[in-house]
Design a protein around this ligand. Structure first.
Ligand code: CA
Length: 246
């Protein structure tokens, strides 16, 4: 058993960006319950906003009310199912919302144990000892092509199909999330973000913008988002930072 107790601090920010008329990203978190979630919605009219906010609300509600003795992975799966069902059934009731969906990326912490849940192409990164590492795999057509060696990273970035995601919440009756387990070390900084951040900034640029240990977390969120806007701000941009304080 580990004797190290890990505490967490967090900050978050979302921005419409410079090109989109509205913000279809949503986020939510509870430091007390160890739950942090970012969703990036899609769909016509206001549907994307509806899908992402339903997902954040459902996911947070179930995780915050969980039985602390229950297996966290099982609860995470149930919460994803519930959010998926809530969006899907809402889209069936209203034809204007037909086809709406959302990504979901979440970090769940229990002391040093960190669980990461992912559906879609939002991302979780970890900055450890100044080095950035992506902890999730994108569920996107181009990323899957890259992983099997059919496309290079550079081709993926330019591809007209780069927006196509292969898994989303709310578009089908069932969805399977990825679940990754990690052990936090004091000093670790986890970043949850929508693709409005990860497409504008390279991993190196994200790393450089995060590497400012004396800057408060909220200011580091602002710095990241400003950098993404400066790089083009083509999409909505959301970032949550979760710092393992030790
Ligand atoms: Ca997006």
């Amino acid at each position: 058993m580990s004797t190290v107790t890990v505490r967490y601090a967090a900050a978050a920010l979302t921005d419409r960006g410079r090109k989109r008329p509205s913000n279809e990203d949503a986020f939510g978190y509870s430091v007390e319950d160890g739950v942090y979630v970012v969703c990036d919605g899609m769909g016509g009219a206001a549907a994307g906003e509806i899908a992402s906010s339903i997902a954040v609300d459902e996911f947070l509600r179930l995780l915050c009310a969980r039985d602390r003795a229950a297996d966290l992975a099982a609860v995470a799966h149930q919460a994803v199912d519930a959010a998926n069902h809530a969006i899907y059934s809402r889209s069936l009731r209203n034809p204007k919302l037909s086809g709406m969906g959302t990504t979901l990326v979440a970090v769940l912490v229990e002391d040093a144990r960190v669980s990461i849940v992912n559906v879609g192409d939002s991302r979780c990164y970890r900055l450890r000892a100044g080095r950035l590492e992506q902890l999730t795999l994108d569920h996107s057509l181009v990323d899957e092509q890259v992983r099997i060696g059919r496309m290079s990273r550079a081709e993926a970035r330019r591809s007209p199909l780069r927006n196509v995601i292969t898994r989303a919440l709310g578009t089908q009756t069932q969805v399977t999330p990825d679940l990754f387990q990690h052990q936090a070390e004091p000093g670790d900084l986890f970043l949850l973000c929508s693709d409005g951040l990860s497409r504008e900034l390279s991993d190196k640029q994200i790393e450089q913008n995060l590497a400012a240990p004396d800057l408060p977390l909220a200011d580091r969120c602002t710095k990241l988002i400003e950098a993404a806007k400066k790089a083009g701000g083509h999409d909505n941009i959301t970032a949550i930072l979760v710092h393992a304080v030790g």
